[in-house]
Design a binder for this molecule. Structure first.
Ligand SMILES: Cc1cc2nc3c(=O)[nH]c(=O)nc-3n(C[C@H](O)[C@H](O)[C@H](O)COP(=O)(O)OP(=O)(O)OC[C@H]3O[C@@H](n4cnc5c(N)ncnc54)[C@H](O)[C@@H]3O)c2cc1C
Length: 291
């Protein structure tokens, strides 16, 4: 199948892109790496009269420290994120999830901002953004606003972005101290979206108690979700008293809309999710203990 006809626009700046989006309204869509949008257009799952191509805007690319956080421009490719030593030292979880995103051809074209704006419930970057309480930065003709990750993902492929907003970057908090990070996920074939998975960040105090914990879940809701009950259940406790199975079970207990599809029933996804959380918990806490 071929996409329905559309007009192609290539603005010279983010401001011009936002202006075009404001002018064309709901009939326009941003085109970044095209790795999600183009297949959707080709399958005629989406129709837009205007595509606003931001892929060549250098101002949307880059990785830099800003106000203690790591800012990554929305147009930065997955491959550049995965290869960056700055990312590896400041936000190791991003480095660790990158190889799970599709295949290298997809990572060469796909962008961090595209992945976040597309908001797939099994997307790795959206889940890391949620796990670490990242802030999204968006520009429209009315100015710039920052949106916390906890408010950004609103439904299946739905975000808090307005039709005239361009996502310009994501700021990831930099965790320091005795920290550990891990990702575990299960997919039938390498490169497929995960059936279920987890990203975990933990910090221990001097007495080996959990002082900070973020647990993000992939493929277990209509958006990426935080396992709030599990996080609350471990904070302040000595890590040696917490079993990975307990955390896995707690993480699944607060979920009320686990999807069921040809890949598996909700019960199956829940069992896989609990196992992925348990494995990631073991890796993240082991890393923190040895940090
Ligand atoms: C075979 C295959 C396997 C894949 N496997 C995975 C996987 O395992 N994990 C995973 O996370 N992803 C996976 N993906 C998706 C991939 O990560 C996409 O690259 C990503 O979801 C979209 O990034 P993009 O830059 O290509 O965005 P595009 O496809 O260009 O855009 C995606 C959406 O985001 C919007 N958008 C993009 N950039 C902006 C912006 N700056 N501001 C506002 N809106 C914007 C677009 O309008 C569109 O709605 C896979 C894709 C394919 C084709």
């Amino acid at each position: 199948m071929k996409p329905a006809p559309f007009e192609y626009h290539r603005p010279d700046s983010t401001a011009e892109a936002a202006q075009m989006l404001a002018e064309f309204g709901e009939d326009a869509k941003v085109l970044a790496g095209g790795q999600s949008l183009v297949p959707m257009l080709a399958l005629r799952l989406a129709f837009f009269d205007h595509l606003v191509d931001i892929s060549r805007l250098d101002e949307l690319k880059g990785i830099e420290r800003r106000n203690g956080a790591l800012w990554i421009g929305a147009g930065t490719t997955d491959a550049a994120v995965g290869a960056s030593s700055e990312v590896e030292s400041a936000v190791p979880l991003l480095t660790r999830v990158t190889p799970y995103i599709g295949h290298f051809q997809i990572r060469n074209k796909g962008t961090l901002g595209g992945s976040v704006a597309h908001a797939d419930p099994a997307g790795e970057y959206p889940t890391v953004a949620l796990t670490l309480d990242a802030q999204m930065e968006a520009v429209s003709p009315n100015g710039t606003r920052r949106i916390p990750a906890s408010e950004f993902f609103q439904g299946l492929w739905e975000t808090a972005l307005e039709p005239d907003e361009v996502l310009t970057g994501v700021s990831f908090p930099v965790w320091s101290g005795r920290c550990g990070f891990a990702v575990e996920e299960f997919a039938r074939r390498h490169g497929d979206f995960a059936i279920a998975g987890a990203t975990i960040a933990v910090e221990l105090d001097g007495d080996d108690r959990l002082s900070r914990c973020g647990i993000g879940l992939l493929g277990l809701g209509s958006t990426p979700v935080r396992a709030a009950q599990a996080e609350q259940g471990v904070i302040g406790r000595p890590v040696s008293e917490i079993t990975p199975e307990e955390v896995g079970k707690l993480a699944m207990s607060g979920l009320d809309e686990i999807p069921a599809d040809l890949q598996g029933s909700a019960a199956y996804r829940s069992r896989v999710g609990a196992a992925m959380v348990a494995r990631a918990w073991t890796s993240a806490t082991t890393e923190a203990i040895n940090a």
